[in-house]
Design a protein around this ligand. Sequence first.
Ligand SMILES: [Zn+2]
Length: 392
Amino acid sequence: MALDKGGQAGSKITPMTHQTDIITLPHGRPGTTRRLTIHRFGSCSGPKAYIQAGLHAGELPGMVVARHLLDHLIRLNAEGRIKGQVVLVPMANPIGLDQVLLGGHVGRFDLASGVNFNRSFADLGDTVADALRPGDLGPDADANRRLLQRALAKAAASLQPRTEADALRKLLLSHAVDADYVLDLHCDSEAVMHLYTTPACWPLGVADLAARLDARAVFLADRSGGEPFDEVCSTPWDRLRAHYGRPDTPIPVGCSAVTVELRGEADVDDGLAAADAAALIDHLCWRGIIDAPAPAMPDLSDLATPLAGVDRVRAPVGGIALYHVSLGDRVQAGDHVATVLDPASGERHPCRATSDGLVWSRTQCRYAGPNDILLCIAGRQVLVTSGPLLTA
Ligand SMILES: [Zn+2]
């Protein structure tokens, strides 16, 4: 693959517009079709933001937020205030939306393969690196950013999926991988508002997003494993910068990607969603993508903790989980935070915190299997030194 050095991103200006694409996924089974709807606002000039909701199809809060975002963007577009490009995918997983098994919705894993829908995205960093030739990069960081964004988009376009789920992954990635900002809207089981991002992205404006959303926790990892969507958008830039970035060929943090966890699965509330959407629009204003004032926010730079520092308190045996702490509680190492009760024997098994920190998530299901995660604490000390950092 040769890098496309022509056509500066800012040189092709299209009229301010709202375009809706409805795309049928390839590789479906005979007689079936699933469609993905993508909204695009603005022009091809200026910064690009990509926002999607519902990659885990059972996580509904983000889809309600996306509906509010769409209303905002239609209005802002009519007012001519969208200065860059905003791509919004309100329901990112039509495959998962269609998976109902024995009366229950299964939106996290692809039933055909067992693979988590937010894993196994193509990491295109090596493909782009292999295509780099001496002289491709120059002294202008913005020009290098545009060059590499086009190369990433070209690499995404060349992917050859063979299943419907991988076709969906390619389609989503193709619209996001050349964006300057990527927001992937999810939720946890029961949780406070929290974010995942990388150490490179965090100091470059993600703290503003955290403040606007009133996030209570932010988790940082250079690479958490498994190729989740946000990391295949952001981390190729880290590796390209490490290998090719020099004072005479600077490579910026080309894509600020964040997974936004909009509390818990049951936090489906129109009022909350409206406030969250307003916060995201304010963040886009602050980023300069939308031409409207955004109030200043407090500095939350101390909020972030290492993803490897998350204390995942697990059930020592199977039984019924009884929690002794609530979301948002601060605990200390050694605190008795939960009990697993075996109702047959009457035995009670205490579960204790390993770290000091904030209780940021609990598992909704109180029927715990041996070693199941019961709740998570945002600790500052690294506990995991190898292996993947995310749960299944
Ligand atoms: Zn999710």
